[in-house]
Design a protein. Structure first.
Length: 168
């Protein structure tokens, strides 16, 4: 069950605190995490009864030795070449899980684009702009946040671009 928090709460995860501190409206969507589910993002969509195209995953990549956050639908694959091009780099690789956890301050499967340890260059897939609400990890497994794409983009100072690979 979603709970509107908007400007109220200062507790919760760093992602919740970041949205609350910015005074932006959002909704909280906790669900029972299944450690055996093969996909964190698809698990969230299924558990919350959401269109999977509105649920976004947060991936950390290294582009020319700099960390970059990519936010894209859970139904899509990250196009590393496109991501590198968007940020003016030559080569991108996915960050190792241990690096992703260390850099963001979140555990894999619960990495939020909001409230990370330090601001990182962020790219949000352009498909988000067609949505009224997008859902991203709230900072722990089994917890998503619903937020207007424009608010997430503004708060993370993200670049918006197509960074998904063509369907195979």
């Amino acid at each position: 069950m979603a709970r509107k928090t908007g400007k109220r709460g200062a507790g919760g995860t760093p992602a919740v605190r970041a949205l609350a501190a910015a005074g932006l409206p959002f909704s909280e969507h906790p669900y029972e995490h299944d450690p055996d589910h093969p996909s964190f993002g698809m698990e969230a969509a299924e558990a919350l009864g959401l269109d999977p195209d509105s649920v976004f995953k947060t991936l950390l990549a290294e582009v020319d030795a700099a960390f970059v956050v990519a936010v894209l639908p859970v139904t899509a694959q990250l196009d590393l070449k496109a991501l590198a091009g968007v940020v003016g780099g030559k080569r991108a690789t996915l960050a190792r899980p241990a690096d992703a956890e260390r850099v963001t301050g979140y555990v894999v499967g619960g990495i939020s684009p909001l409230g990370q340890r330090r601001p990182l260059l962020t790219v949000v897939d352009s498909s988000a702009e067609a949505l009224e609400t997008m859902y991203v990890s709230g900072g722990r497994r089994g917890f998503d946040l619903g937020v207007a794409p424009a608010d997430l983009i503004a708060l993370t100072r993200a670049t918006v671009a197509s960074v998904t690979a063509p369907a195979r």
